[in-house]
Design a protein around this ligand. Sequence first.
Ligand code: ARG
Length: 570
Amino acid sequence: MQFPAEFLREKLICALAGRFEPPLPEPLLEPCADPRFGDLQSSAALVLGRRYSLDPRALAGEMAASVGETDWSLPPEVAGPGFLNFRLKSERCVGAFLSLAGDPRLGIERTKEPQTVVVDYSSPNIAKEMHVGHLRSTILGESLARVYRFFGHRVVTVNHLGDWGTQFGMVLLGFKRRREETRLEDRPLEYLEELYQRIQTAAKEDPGIRQEAKAELWKLQNGDAENLALWHRFVEASKVELTRIYEELGVHFEFTLGESAYREELPSVVRDLRAAGIAQSSQGAVCVFFPEDPELKDKPFLIQKSDGAYLYATTDLAALRFRVAKWKADRILYVTDGRQQLHFHQLAATAKRWGLSVRIEHVWFGSILGEDKKPLKTREGRPIKLRELLSEAERRAYAIIAAKRPDLPEERKIRIARAIGIGALKYADLSQNRNLDYVFRWEKLLSFEGNTAPYLLNAYVRIRAILRKAEASGVSPAAGPLAAPAEVQLTKLLLDFSSILARVQSENRPHFLCTYLYEVARSFHRFYESCPVLTAPPPMQAARILLCQGTAATLGTGLDLLGIERLEEM
Ligand code: ARG
């Protein structure tokens, strides 16, 4: 079905498209921050006014006149410096809500043009433990994959492990100098990381060690049997620990294809690009130059070093070619930190010249900071291990649950604590605009107040309890009168779900969904405070239960799409 926000968005596009060059400012329309001003708001006139030196209020007035009154809305009003506020017709919204309540997808349709979307995320460099820095990619990527899938795209999730890089030279050397088989069995990542660090430290005193490590890497990459066999063991051991973390996070990849998977393809990538005249030799190395791109003009993409070695870039080109050829990828999302922006810009520019018709999107993010505003570290100043962070989240959540619900049996407490702890960690990340750094605070992310996972889960649990009670007393949800202001406001908000998800997808930013779910939960609380549900007279009661059901479906689906486990009690 078509929702009011989508309907009005199209009206706005009609009003603006003939007059202004695309792209039009986004979002064209969003929920009003303050319901006193209206239900939906557009700041497009402000943006366009600035862009074209026009009077924004006059432009907003013209837009208002062009849209006029519609089936869904009253004539829009110009406010402040040039905002356009829309008030939706309550009865129309209630009617629409009643017609779709009960649909688990809440009337949200799948795309008519499904694409194959590859989501490349998490992708840690292995033979090292996963650190807090890997959290954002893992969590953001998982959520985005779920959102694309929800809209009906064919999603291929892939963990592009860094399993063929320089760290293996160090680790191989370290292991050969002091073999500790049992440690490799028991805690492989911790051990391998220690080996790595040991060699790093030693290399500082004796630069010859770096050469030795390089020689080990060279042997590995050129087929030395001993090094390959060791490498294999290191990789397998690392994967066991990674799998444990992914399981705990509820993250699942269709493919785990590391850099090593493309090692045979690298020579042909360079050969192809040279033959096509896209790559050139330059001082013994091979590079792609972008003379026509102002940003990349003096930033060549190095694909083979003068000593013959291949690079991160070469592997990414091979992976890209594979994904387009084998998976028929239409789009690839690369979820990494912001420091790789140049790399992906170069990759996309090369792909274009290579004739690969695929849309490359670099979904980049900022850092997680400690209270001192520096990248989050332990007190001793080392990076925080992801597994430590996860257990601390669970431990802290357990303390909260044990205090709140001493009545619960132990294993239920543990299960709930796990869902809350992990959910809170994920939500803290997802609820931030990904391009910004954010400060990590346990108190904040585990708080039951504010825009947090515990707050949302709590709202969800409460609504589910109401629904269970209603069911037990034989009341079924049914259409009926919904006219109280709190009821209407919640109803209208629920109808925004579709356009919010569309925005999450078009910008690859799950935080819009978080903000929205928080608003839904708040609006629900206002409704619940002013409108009794279980004690209301019959037709009203059935309609209010329907509203509870729609809210639970929205919150539940929203949590699923964020990758946060729902709870039935807490
Ligand atoms: N291993 C890289 C890192 O840790 C991320 C890889 C991202 N994916 C890719 N296809 N380049 O920074």
